[in-house]
Every structure is written in structure tokens, then in C-alpha cells.
Design a protein around this ligand. Structure first.
Ligand code: NAP
Length: 291
């Protein structure tokens, strides 16, 4: 990659598009060396337009990585039984490496039951109870893509995580909680605080962070008051406003005091897809090491 870009205020720009492209290229090299072609299967239920875009993008990156990709679509009014039959058939299909059920599923379906049908070694979204349990126990596991993408950005751009104070704002099982575990675990070694909507004096808590990650969906809620000079600031949030899509971080205000910052768009979003591709290769390896 060319030398990293900086913001107008001098912060290192944590470029998720550039790192996604590097990651997909590295995975493509590794896939070529495997002598086998992993297959990513997605299940898209209904006709939610953003979900269609996300799934198309995932397939495009899988193909760029030299993988097979297969999309199964089901109508919005599909029965639970039919959706379960499809996920079971993908789980049993030895040619399928990774399975992703695109969220959200229509309200009448039991999404948790669908998720539970995905075997942990094919769980490329890392969201099943089994994958989360493995992550907590420090076992080999497929890790949720958005938190893994945050970790990859920190690693690639050289954040010093060992002993650092990290604050994660948001405690969902999709982002905040698995990210807190990834940051705290051996090898990353940060000291982590998890903040949420009941946190008192959020700005004071955030100002303690050497690494501040916001994943709340509260547009531009993280401003200068929340950021310690020299902190690394990672924006996961996406919210729709009259100005279009915005992140949780007020980029213009923060970029002159942070040491490093993600753009939005172009930061954590592309890295989520990159980590799905990385996870599909990891799934192939997990399946073949356990045979
Ligand atoms: P979620 O399940 O709604 O969780 C949001 C979290 O933020 C909750 O823990 C909530 O606290 C906390 N929160 C809400 N308002 C807050 C406030 N004012 N102060 C402090 N904490 C507050 O959302 P999610 O699924 O984790 O997603 C979070 C955001 O990331 C969303 O904008 C989503 O669109 C985005 N996202 C982005 C990517 C990506 O690739 N960049 C991927 C996934 C999600 P409580 O627990 O107390 O309610």
C-alpha cells in the first residue's frame, strides 16, 4: 500500500477500502495455494433493498478472492419450516464452506433458530451461540466480522494495543461485546471498558481511551469532548439522517485531535466484508483440520 493518508488535521486515516482490497488479494493468493475452492453460501429472505446490496457486495468480494459464491433467495412470506430446510441442506452440503443468513430476517421468522442450524465451522458471520462460546473460551473460532475488521484495522496501521485503555461504546452481541473480548484477549492485551446507554458521564469515560470505538448508531454523538488527544478513534455506527448516512463520530471535529481515525464511509464497513472473506478461508481450514 502507498504511504498512509492523513486527514487535514494530521490524523492517520484508517482506510478500510485499501485494507479490504489488500485482504481480499491476500486471501486470493492463499486460495490459489490451497488447490481447492471454498464456497460462500448466503441466504437472503425477502426483498429488503439494503440487504440485497450487502449480499451482492459480499459475493463480489468472494469472487475476487477466487471463491465460489452462491446466493439462495427465499420470498418474504416463506415459512419457518422451509427456511430451516434450506439452512439444514447447506449445513449438510460438503461443497459449502461458509453459510451466512443475511439479517434482518422478516419479523414472522425465528432468526435465532435459523442461526442455530449453522454448524460452528461454517458460521462465517461468527454469530451463533457456539461461535461466541468458543470466542469467550479462547478456542479456535470464527469471529464476528465487524469486530474482527476493527481489530484488523488496528493491527494493520500499527496501534499499540498492549496495555492500552480501550473504550467500546455499545454492548450488542453483533459488535460491542465480541469486540470487547477481542481487544482484551491475550495477544491484543488492551484494558477494556464497555459503555452503553446507561453509562454515566460518557464523555469522561471515553476521554480515558487510547482506543475509542463507537458502535451505537447515534449519529455524530462522539465529539471533541469524548476524545483524548492522540487517541485512535474507530467509527462503527451507521445512521440515516437528512444529510445521508452518517457515523457515530463527528469526523470533522475529532480528526484534528485524534492520532488516527476511520473515515465513514470507507472505514469499518468495507472491513466487515473483508473479514467475511477471511472467515470463509478460515472456515475451510477449520473443516479440513478437523477431518
Ligand atoms: P444495537 O444492537 O442497537 O446496539 C447499540 C448499542 O449502543 C447498545 O448497546 C446501546 O446501549 C448503545 N447505545 C445506544 N445509544 C447510546 C448512547 N446514547 N450512549 C451510549 N450507548 C448507546 O446496534 P448494533 O447492531 O451493535 O450496531 C451498532 C451500530 O453499528 C449501528 O449503527 C449499525 O448500523 C452499525 N453497524 C455497522 C457495521 C459496519 O460494518 N460498519 C456493522 C454492523 C453494525 P443499550 O445496550 O444500553 O441499549
Amino acid at each position: 500500500m502507498a504511504s498512509p493518508a492523513r486527514t487535514a488535521g494530521g490524523a492517520l486515516l484508517l482506510d478500510g477500502v485499501a485494507l479490504r482490497d489488500l485482504t481480499v488479494k491476500r486471501v486470493a493468493d492463499e486460495v490459489r495455494a490451497l488447490g481447492a475452492t471454498p464456497t460462500l453460501a448466503t441466504v437472503l429472505i425477502g426483498d429488503d433493498a439494503p440487504s440485497q446490496v450487502y449480499v451482492r457486495n459480499k459475493h463480489r468480494q468472494a469472487q475476487l478472492a477466487g471463491m465460489n459464491s452462491r446466493n439462495e433467495t427465499l420470498p418474504a412470506d416463506v415459512s419457518q419450516e422451509r427456511a430451516e430446510t434450506l439452512v439444514r441442506s447447506l449445513a449438510d452440503d460438503p461443497t459449502v464452506t461458509g453459510i451466512l443468513v443475511q439479517q434482518p430476517v422478516p419479523a414472522h421468522l425465528d432468526g435465532e433458530t435459523l442461526l442455530a442450524l449453522i454448524p460452528p465451522d461454517k458460521d462465517v458471520d461468527g454469530l451463533t451461540v457456539a461461535s461466541m462460546g468458543r470466542l469467550m473460551r479462547g478456542e479456535d473460532s470464527l469471529v464476528p466480522c465487524t469486530p474482527l475488521g476493527v481489530l484488523r484495522l488496528l493491527e494493520h496501521y500499527g496501534a499499540n494495543t498492549a496495555g492500552a485503555r480501550a473504550v467500546v461504546v455499545g454492548r450488542s452481541s453483533l459488535v460491542g461485546m465480541p469486540l470487547a473480548v477481542l481487544l482484551a484477549r491475550k495477544g491484543t492485551d488492551a484494558t477494556v471498558t464497555v459503555a452503553h446507554s446507561r453509562t454515566r458521564d460518557l464523555a469522561v469515560v471515553c476521554r480515558e481511551a487510547d482506543i475509542l470505538v463507537s458502535a451505537t448508531g447515534q449519529g455524530r454523538s462522539i465529539g471533541r469532548d469524548h476524545v483524548k488527544p492522540g487517541a485512535w478513534v474507530i467509527d462503527v455506527g451507521i445512521s440515516r439522517t437528512s444529510d445521508g448516512l452518517v457515523g457515530d463520530v463527528d469526523f470533522d471535529a475529532v480528526q484534528s485531535i485524534a492520532a488516527a481515525i476511520t473515515p465513514m464511509p470507507g472505514g469499518t464497513g468495507p472491513m466487515t466484508v473483508a473479514c467475511l472473506i477471511e472467515n470463509t478461508l478460515s472456515a475451510w481450514r477449520l473443516q479440513h483440520s478437523r477431518r
